[in-house]
Write a new protein. Structure first.
Length: 118
């Protein structure tokens, strides 16, 4: 009976370690996010910590902090071409972020998570 208990504890420890590794697999790849932003000229209108024609990513992160739908809203914003408002008051369709391969949601979500982490 004693060995069965120890085996159970070892199994639990292995399972927890596996979850920790799996959780790390979803970590933000900052370099990939920045690369995708550069490829799509996002930094033409946005910067990490200062407003340009678009808001600073830090300001975007503050706006969505604690909101359950933050990721979904930003994914929609960068993939749908919805209107973006500019400081001078005019509106334009937001550029749709392109990935290679096309419409790779893992790349899109990584970019969004990076923005939200600022």
């Amino acid at each position: 009976m004693k060995f069965g208990f120890i085996r159970s504890l070892v199994g639990i420890a292995v399972g927890v370690a596996g979850l920790a590794v799996a959780g790390g697999a979803f970590a933000i790849d900052e370099e990939a996010a920045k690369g995708l932003a550069r490829q799509n000229n996002c930094f033409k209108c946005h910067a990490v910590d200062k407003d340009k024609d678009g808001p600073a990513y830090k300001k975007v992160a503050e706006k969505y902090k604690g909101k359950a739908d933050a990721e979904a809203k930003l994914v929609n914003h960068i993939t749908s071409g919805e209107k973006a408002k500019f400081p001078d008051g005019h509106e334009e369709e937001h550029k749709i972020v392109k990935t290679s391969p096309p419409k790779d949601m893992a790349q899109i979500k990584n970019l969004v998570q990076w923005i939200l982490a600022q």
